[in-house]
Design a protein around this ligand. Structure first.
Ligand SMILES: [Zn+2]
Length: 276
């Protein structure tokens, strides 16, 4: 269902950053704990990627949402504090960067609560959830409801925001087309895709923006990773994407939290029924 965004905006733009540092590489192979060269790809995120992104957002006067795995938050507390101090939203991104095991609900709950504890200590209690794999188990929804989360940003089944059945949990849909990983992720031994010009991704992101803008009432959720987008050429592409969006009238840049608040208020109205 399309949403009437504030001040007549045609589109709600959520710039989101999954601040995966070493956790991504540990999640793929725990033996990477003894491979500092492999881990250094993730360490680029707090060292260079996040500071560059915070500078750009400050310069553009834009809010954003940063989903931080608890493990990376604990290892890089100053990064989380800097994001929070700059006024951005900090969201839940699991503790270890691993897919939750549907056969181990107790383990999922332990990790979920541990991440809340870390982020609450360093920033504020999170109310938004992006799983490390963009996936849920049966336990996940139960945890989100129980812990009072306002939104999830994990599913690809619609363009529009919607409420998960029998809850007031808003879904802010994502898609690979608005993710930097399919274009930029590269690593020895896996994800051996050729490195592409940043302009290629930028062109696709602009085209998708135009499509969603034309339809109206929809969110534009960009999922980026500071260890990938934080490279200079890609930061230039992100700056151009922001400039491109700003050249359109009636564009609302907001945190996921703000977007979910507006969506929930509209979608909860008794006269509005969930649709496409
Ligand atoms: Zn991640």
């Amino acid at each position: 269902m399309k949403i009437a965004w504030p001040n007549g905006a045609r589109i709600a733009v959520a710039l989101t950053f999954d601040v995966d540092a070493e956790s991504t590489w540990l999640g793929w192979d725990s033996a990477n704990a003894r491979r500092p060269g492999v881990l250094s790809q993730g360490t680029y995120s707090p060292n260079v990627g996040v500071p560059a992104i915070l500078d750009l957002l400050h310069h553009e006067r834009l809010p954003a949402t940063f989903f931080v795995p608890g493990l990376d938050a604990d290892n890089h507390p100053d990064t989380v504090r800097a994001i929070h101090r700059a006024g951005h939203e900090v969201g839940h991104h699991g503790y270890e960067h691993v897919r939750a095991d549907p056969d181990d609900p107790a383990g999922e709950e332990r990790s979920f609560m541990r991440a809340i504890e870390s982020l609450t200590r360093l920033a504020a209690r999170p109310i938004g959830f992006r799983s490390p794999s963009w996936d849920f188990t049966e336990k996940t929804l139960e945890l989100l409801k129980r812990e009072g989360f306002a939104y999830s940003s994990n599913f690809m089944d619609r363009l529009a925001c919607y409420l998960h059945p029998n809850t007031d949990l808003v879904e802010l849909p994502v898609h690979w087309i608005l993710d930097d990983a399919p274009f930029f992720l590269f690593g020895l031994g896996r994800n051996q895709r050729p490195i592409q010009p940043a302009s290629h991704a930028l062109e696709i992101w602009k085209e998708e923006f135009e499509g969603l803008y034309e339809l109206g009432g929809l969110p534009y959720v960009m999922t980026m990773h500071p260890q990938l987008t934080g490279r200079p050429s890609r930061m230039r592409a992100l700056a151009e994407l922001i400039a491109f969006a700003k050249r359109h009238d009636h564009v609302w840049f907001a945190t996921c939290r703000e977007i979910a608040e507006v969506a929930r208020a509209e979608l909860s109205r008794p006269d509005r029924q969930p649709a496409s």
